[in-house]
Write a protein that binds this ligand. Sequence first.
Ligand SMILES: [Zn+2]
Length: 165
Amino acid sequence: MSMTVPYREPLVPREPGKRIVPEPPRRGEPGGPPCGICSGKTTEPVWSDENWTLHPPVGGSLPGAVWLASRIHVDSFANLPEELAADFGRVVARVERAILALGDIARVHLYRWGDGGAHFHVWFVPRPLGMVEAAGMMLPLWEDVLPNVPDEELAAAAERVASAM
Ligand SMILES: [Zn+2]
């Protein structure tokens, strides 16, 4: 596979900026704005169980993308109670299988960033079958550059994922 950045050459490497310490507070941590997930300011879940909720994105370009959040407000893997940490693998497998069932998908990429909000959530982003230039770390860049599809289309694909869970 030959990954390709979604920009024309030449791209010129640049130096990182000055470090900002302390970092600005994220949503849902002390000093930051309220948690969007706890305050219900996100898309409605298309699927849920006692531990997790599954949501469609807005403003995205790859139908089938969804994000999974813990019901409880904890930051990251390091903060998940043991029971949820163990349950995570089970639910991720279910989501992955459900996304692959949409068809025309090569692989489901799983991302945990955590830089925007302090409420545990992970992203599932399907790499379209045959789109080898978007392999590996290139997929989020391509996702950003490709034209958005209507939010209704993203929600409809997420509903199909939910019904295959
Ligand atoms: Zn929260």
